[in-house]
Structure formats: C-alpha cells, structure tokens
Design a protein around this ligand. Structure first.
Ligand SMILES: C[S@@+](CC[C@H](N)C(=O)[O-])C[C@H]1O[C@@H](n2cnc3c(N)ncnc32)[C@H](O)[C@@H]1O
Length: 328
C-alpha cells in the first residue's frame, strides 16, 4: 500500500492549512518538531497546534502505519472488519487501515484530547463511509480499553510512548484481550520508541500473542543497546507540509518501529528472517544484517553467486529475507 495520503485526506489537510496564517503554522510546526526530537509528549494547546500536527506530522505517521499494515497483509490472510484506534489523534491509523482493508465497516477511535477529536471528525467527513460513521470517544487509553467492545484490529500509532511506562504492560495485554484478530503498535524509530515496542512485545507474548512482524519469532529479541530495531519509510511532502516545515525537498524519510501481533487462533506466519539495516553492497557481494529465530545473523551474498544475487538484489532494509536464499 502507498505511503502517500488518500486524496480526500490530503485535500482536507491542504484546506485546513489554508485556514491559518503560514507563519503561525510554521511556528507551531517547529514547536512540534522540537517536542518530537526531544522525545516529549505532544502539546496541543491551540487549534493551530493540531492543524500543524495534521500538516507536518500526520503524513509521516500515516506512512509508517501504512508500512506496518502492508507488512501485516503479507503475514496473514486475516482481513479485519472492525478497528479500534487508540490515541487516534486526527484518525491517522484509521485512514490507513481503511486503505489497507477496504472492507472495514466499523471504526472506533479514542483520544484524550478534544481538539484532536474535533479535527479528526472534520477530516473524516470527506472520508470513506466507515470513517464518516465512526464512533469517537474522548477518554484515556487504559480506561477506554477497560470497557471497549472487541475489534478485529486494535491499533495504537505514535501514542503509547505518551503513556506512563508502568501502564504499558497492562495496556498491551488489554489491547490483545480486546482484539479478535490483530494488534498493531507503531512508534517513532528512536531508541525511546524501540524501548516502548520492546516492552509491548514482552507483554503481548506473555499475554499469548503470536508475533507476525517484524520479528521472525516470539523468541528473545537480539537487538540491544546501543542498537535499536527500526525501519524507514519515504513519503512525498504535501505543499502545505513543505511550507509548514520550511523545507524544499519534496520527500522525507520517517524512521519508525512497529509490531504486528495476532491472537493465537489467527492463521499467519512471520518472515523467515528480517533485514535489520540497509544492506551494504560492494564489488565482492552484499552484506545483510538479519534477524532470524536463532538471533542476529550477518549474511554475505557473494557477487559471483549469480542466482542468490538475483534473488536478493531488490531486497532492502525492513524486507523479509527467505532463509532458502541465505545459503545456510
Ligand atoms: C503523536 S499523536 C498520534 C496521533 C495518531 N495516532 C497518529 O499516528 O498520527 C498522540 C496522540 O495520543 C493521544 N494520547 C496521548 N496519551 C493518551 C492517553 N493516555 N489516552 C488517550 N489518548 C492519548 C494524544 O492526545 C495525541 O492525540
């Protein structure tokens, strides 16, 4: 699925951006970026702050969620019919879920911030029917999960890092208990984001989940400090996005960390192995850093091995790697 926003969402954001003076939007956008880089929770005080989020950050969080959903589609034939979107903000993950799974008929969204919900409802008016009819609830994530109707896909994108660390284990277990299919968590591709993913990973496994991506198994995670498991997605920048960020380049790369987990009764299988960082190609061949069920495994594909080179040539950071091409 594409990293680019659906046309209706793109148009809604461009129209929203047009309602604020460019300078105010750019300043709010800079505050957001500073918060993001400092790993601080997002502060949305005025309408311009939520508008800046939709303009400057939503396209990137959308692209990261789209990448995680695309990977979910590769790992299982299960197609969700209902979505519960936690810490939904303007509804980013739900828009992406509807692109990935057009048969979704029911969407429920939760956020503690009234302004975000208002903005999400505005944007959703131009969205697909399931979004136009979605149920929005202003609540904290733990409280909302306690009474939530189950959904086939329970998703939280760029939200769990704003929870108190001590709440994470319970929230992850509750996400699985409220899911009738998949749980997907997406976080910034920073060390802090990966720490959240690591904690959620342990809690989901303890609660009985089966990991489908990016991990090749439920076994111990081989990635440890100073390294962290994350990936990157390239997305086109909107006109308003470029103006708000004061950027000339027509694209940006969003680093993200994620987890796709399934209830044990859902059929699906993880990749044999996952490429953990950009492959290094030299004249002698290509070096892949793989995560495998046996741990972190470097693989060298010699250039003289034409067949394996052909099979692995197009593979990049974050892709699945078939063990039949490792030569082991
Ligand atoms: C960075 S935004 C992410 C929004 C959206 N999920 C996305 O990917 O673009 C984080 C959102 O989580 C919400 N949030 C943070 N902590 C929360 C909590 N404890 N309960 C409910 N919502 C929360 C914030 O209000 C904000 O809208």
């Amino acid at each position: 699925m594409s990293a680019a926003l659906p046309p209706a969402l793109r148009a809604g954001i461009e129209a929203l951006a047009g309602r604020f003076p460019g300078r105010a939007l750019a300043e709010a956008s800079q505050r957001l970026s500073a918060d993001y880089r400092a790993g601080r929770g997002t502060r949305f005080i005025h309408a311009v702050d939520t508008a800046a989020y939709a303009t400057a950050r939503l396209p990137a969080t959308y692209a990261a969620v789209a990448a995680a959903l695309a990977e979910a589609s590769l790992r299982t034939a299960f197609t969700p019919a209902s979505v519960l979107d936690l810490g939904c903000g303007p509804g980013t993950a739900s828009w992406a879920a509807l692109e990935a799974f057009p048969d979704v008929g029911s969407v429920r969204l939760v956020d503690s911030h009234a302004g975000m919900i208002g903005l999400g409802q505005d944007l959703a008016r131009q969205g697909p029917p399931a979004l136009r009819d979605a149920g929005w609830r202003q609540a904290g994530i733990p409280a909302a999960l306690a009474g939530a109707e189950p959904a086939d896909l329970v998703i939280a994108s760029y939200a769990l890092n704003e929870l108190d660390g001590s709440e994470l284990d319970r929230v992850a277990a509750a996400m699985l208990s409220r899911s009738t299919g998949l749980v997907i968590v997406v976080e910034p591709g920073t060390k802090a984001g990966f720490a959240v993913i690591g904690r959620v990973r342990s809690a989901l496994i303890a609660a009985g989940a089966r990991l489908l991506a990016p991990c090749p198994s439920n076994g111990a995670c081989p990635v440890s400090a100073p390294d962290w498991c994350h990936f990157s997605v390239r997305l086109p920048r909107l006109r308003a996005h470029r103006a708000a960020k004061g950027a000339d380049v027509p694209f940006e790369d969003e680093p993200f960390a994620y987890l796709v987990a399934a209830r044990p009764e859902i059929a699906g299988s993880p990749a044999d192995a996952r490429i953990l960082r950009p492959p290094r190609a030299t004249r002698a061949g290509t070096d892949f850093a793989l995560c495998t069920p046996a741990g972190a495994t470097p693989i060298h594909v010699p250039a003289r091995d034409r067949e394996r080179t052909r099979l692995t040539r197009r593979l990049g950071w974050g892709d699945a790697f078939l063990t039949c091409t490792t030569g082991n």
